[in-house]
Design a protein around this ligand. Structure first.
Ligand SMILES: Nc1nc2c(ncn2[C@@H]2O[C@H](COP(=O)(O)OP(=O)(O)OP(=O)(O)O)[C@@H](O)[C@H]2O)c(=O)[nH]1
Ligand SMILES: [Mg+2]
Length: 377
C-alpha cells in the first residue's frame, strides 16, 4: 500500500520534485516520491524508515514552518520554555539573562561553518561570514571561545559559543578543557590553551578580556562530520568515532542528564545511501534515537548557496535544532540559592577548613614525634 503521508505540499505544487529532497532517491520511494509501504503502520518502521519519515516531516513543514519557528526564536527570552515543576515558581529559579549553547566537536567538523549558517538562516545575514573557518587556502582553526549573537538582535535571549575543535589523538586534554568550560563557564575571547601549543598561547593571553561576562553553558551541540563518519565505518578505523563517543558521553556535557544534540555536517559530500547509513550507524554507535537525537545539516554557505532559498529543509532543521536546544536549556535551570543555602555552604566551608587544618597539624606532629624518637635512640 502506498503512503501519501506528508506529500500534500508536493501535490499542491504539481508534484514538483525538489532538488533538496536528496533522500527520495532511496529504494523505499516510488517514482512519484511516495513511500512504497505504509509508514504509519508501526511494525513497518525500521530505523531506516524512521530517518526517511523524519526527512519527509521536515520537508513537509520546512517552507511554511520556518518563519513561525524563527519568530519564536526571535521573541524568545531566557526561561520562556521553563515549565513549573516541584512546586517552584519561575521567580524562584536561577535563570540567566541569556541562554548559552556550546558547539563542541573534533577539529574541522564544521562548528564555525555551522555558526555562520545560523547567522545566515536565523539572523538573515546573507552569506557574510561571522566566524572564521578553514578553507582551501588556510588551515585556520578556532583558538578562542567566540560568543555569537546569531539572531543579530540586541534583545536576543540566546547566544552560541564556537569553540576550538578537539584533536582525536589528544582527547584527554580536550575533554578536560570541555569539562572546565562546563563547570566554570565560558567567556568571549577566552583562549583555548592546550599543552603543546607552545608560543601561540602567550600571544592569545594578550587578547583575553576579563570584562566579558562569564556564562554558564545550558546546552551542548556536538558537531560531527558525516563524511568522516562514513569513511571511518567503511574502513573500520574507529579512532575518531571513539573520540566522538567520549565527547558525546562526557558526563560534564550532559546537563540534567540530557544528551547533547548531534549536528551532522558535510552530508552534501555523500550520496543518499551513504548519508542515511552514516546517520544510522553513528546514532546506533552513540546509543541515541536516529530521528530526535540528530540533525543532518550541511553547511555550505561558503560556496555561495543560501540554505533558505536552495534548501529549506536544512534551514528548518537548523532552526528546529536551536529550538530544541532552548527547550532543553530551560529544563536545566536550578532553584536560586537562598540565605539558608548560603549559610549551609559557608558552614560546610568553615568545617572543611578546620578539617584541613587538623590534618596538617596531625601530619606535622606525627613527623615531629618520629624525629624526637630517633634523637632519643
Ligand atoms: N562540503 C561541506 N564542507 C563543509 C561543511 N561544513 C564545513 N565545511 C568545510 O569544512 C572545513 C572546516 O570547517 P570549519 O567550520 O572551519 O570547522 P571547525 O569545526 O570550526 O574547525 P576548528 O575551528 O578547527 O575546530 C571548511 O573548509 C568548511 O568550508 C559542510 O557541511 N559541507
Ligand atoms: Mg572553527
Amino acid at each position: 500500500m502506498k503512503n501519501h503521508l506528508f506529500s500534500s505540499d508536493e501535490e499542491q505544487n504539481g508534484g514538483r520534485r525538489s532538488a533538496y529532497s536528496w533522500w527520495r532517491t532511496a529504494d523505499e520511494f516510488d517514482e512519484n516520491g511516495h513511500f512504497k509501504i505504509d509508514v504509519s503502520e508501526f511494525s513497518n518502521l525500521t530505523p531506516r524508515y524512521k530517518i526517511l519519515r523524519e526527512m519527509e516531516r521536515l520537508a513537509f513543514i520546512a517552507t511554511d514552518g520556518l518563519d513561525d519557528l524563527r519568530h519564536k526564536l526571535l521573541s524568545y527570552r531566557a526561561g520562556d520554555f521553563w515549565l513549573p515543576i516541584g512546586g517552584l515558581k519561575k521567580e524562584d529559579m536561577d535563570i540567566p539573562p541569556v541562554v548559552t549553547i556550546l558547539l563542541a566537536g573534533l577539529t574541522a567538523s564544521g562548528k564555525s561553518s555551522f555558526t555562520n549558517l545560523m547567522y545566515s538562516v536565523l539572523g538573515r545575514s546573507g552569506l557574510i561570514p561571522f566566524a572564521q573557518t578553514s578553507g582551501e587556502s588556510s588551515n585556520y582553526t578556532t583558538m578562542f571561545l567566540e560568543e555569537h549573537n546569531v539572531l543579530r538582535s540586541p534583545r536576543s535571549g540566546l547566544c552560541v559559543y564556537d569553540t576550538r575543535g578537539l584533536d582525536k589523538d589528544e582527547m584527554e586534554e580536550g575533554l578536560d578543557e570541555v569539562s572546565t568550560w562546563m563547570s566554570v563557564g565560558v567567556r568571549h575571547n577566552q583562549p583555548c590553551h592546550r599543552p603543546g601549543d607552545g608560543d601561540k598561547s602567550q600571544l592569545s593571553d594578550e587578547l583575553t578580556n576579563s570584562r566579558y561576562l562569564r556564562r554558564k553553558v545550558n546546552c551542548v551541540m556536538v558537531v560531527a562530520d558525516l563524511s568522516q563518519i562514513h569513511r571511518s565505518f567503511k574502513c573500520g578505523d574507529l579512532n575518531s568515532m571513539e573520540a566522538l563517543r567520549d565527547l558525546f558521553h562526557l558526563s560534564a556535557v550532559k546537563n540534567s542528564n540530557e544528551n547533547p544534540i548531534l549536528i551532522l555536517t558535510h552530508g552534501d559530500k555523500l550520496n543518499a545511501e551513504e548519508r542515511i547509513n552514516g546517520r544510522l550507524r553513528i546514532c546506533e554507535y552513540l546509543g541515541i534515537p536516529e530521528t530526535s537525537g540528530a540533525y543532518d545539516i550541511p553547511c555550505m554557505t561558503e560556496q555561495g548557496i543560501m540554505a533558505e532559498e536552495s534548501d529549506p529543509v536544512t534551514a528548518f532543521s537548523l532552526t528546529e535544532a536551536v529550538y530544541r536546544a532552548l527547550l532543553q536549556s530551560d529544563r536545566t535551570h536550578l532553584p536560586k540559592k537562598k540565605f539558608k543555602d548560603w549559610l549551609i555552604f559557608f558552614c560546610k566551608w568553615i568545617m572543611w577548613c578546620i578539617a584541613c587544618l587538623f590534618v596538617i597539624l596531625a601530619n606535622f606532629f606525627s613527623k615531629f614525634g618520629h624525629h624526637n624518637k630517633k634523637l632519643k635512640m
